[in-house]
Design a protein around this ligand. Structure first.
Ligand code: ZN
Length: 259
């Protein structure tokens, strides 16, 4: 184990993140997934699974992993972005119920207001092309008849919170103080991938392949959106809000993007 050295500013930030995480803990709600963008309010996120891009992030990870496996000769069948979007939405209903819809968001400033999708469309990922990302997004929007969540305000996230829990998440924004954090539910993301990948059933493609691609895409996105900010890992060990049942650990700093 390597100890990350902490200067007084980081110690203060960790204290702030710890109080935020204890005060904004929310019960995990697996009936939906939304982006890790800190601007989501409680009403817009409701304990849903948080990952950059929300459902589009998981679709992008599956598509990227499929492309990689094809390059490596492990997979022959190829879903187009449109086909993948359709089957993902079908299988999500198997998991979350017939009424459930996948999530897409934007913001009040941009046509593509989701940082994850904007960056993916710029082609930052190794196994997902800009065209793949663009077609995936268009397919999701068409399927949802253009319906998307519109976030307001500016990005003012203080740090990145990686949540390791299957029972809790954390609301990313305090609407009275304006404090906000990026939130990614790592443990629940892994569970979703382990459930949906076999349901989609791309022969030769494992949940591990998709998880590896997901982590790579999350890291690249964080690097662009949150470069230089601290990453804290949160563990909620118990169903009480007592401090002794909660752990926060500095994982390090998101590397700055290459210039
Ligand atoms: Zn987003």
């Amino acid at each position: 184990m390597t100890e990350v050295p902490m200067n007084p500013d980081v110690i203060e930030l960790q204290e702030r993140a710890k109080h935020f995480a204890l005060n904004h803990r929310v019960e995990a709600n697996n009936s939906g997934s939304v982006c890790g963008d800190g601007r989501f309010t409680h009403q817009q996120s409701m304990g849903f699974l948080r990952a950059f891009g929300g459902d589009e992030g998981f679709e992008a990870a599956i598509l990227g992993a499929q492309n990689r496996a094809i390059n490596e000769g492990k997979v022959i069948k190829k879903f187009t972005p449109e086909e993948l979007d359709k089957i993902y939405a079908e299988k999500i209903k198997v998991m979350r119920g017939e009424e459930s819809e996948t999530s897409v968001h934007t913001d009040e400033h941009n046509q593509i207001g989701c940082g994850f999708m904007r960056l993916a469309m710029e082609g930052i990922h190794n196994h997902l092309t800009a065209d793949d990302a663009s077609r995936l997004h268009q397919a999701a929007l068409a399927r949802l008849n253009g319906k998307q969540t519109v976030l307001n305000g500016e990005h003012e996230e203080l740090a990145v919170l990686y949540v390791q829990s299957d029972k809790y998440s954390v609301d990313s924004r305090d609407e009275s103080t304006g404090e906000m954090f990026f939130v990614v539910d790592l443990q629940r993301s892994k569970q979703l991938i382990e459930q949906i990948v076999p349901l989609i059933g791309i022969e030769g493609l494992t949940a591990d392949d998709v998880w590896r691609e997901f982590v790579s895409q999350m890291q690249k996105t964080a690097q662009q959106l949150a470069g230089g900010k601290e990453i804290f890992e949160l563990n909620y060990n118990d169903n009480s809000q007592a401090e002794e049942n909660f752990n926060i650990k500095l994982l390090g700093q998101v590397p700055m993007p290459a210039v």
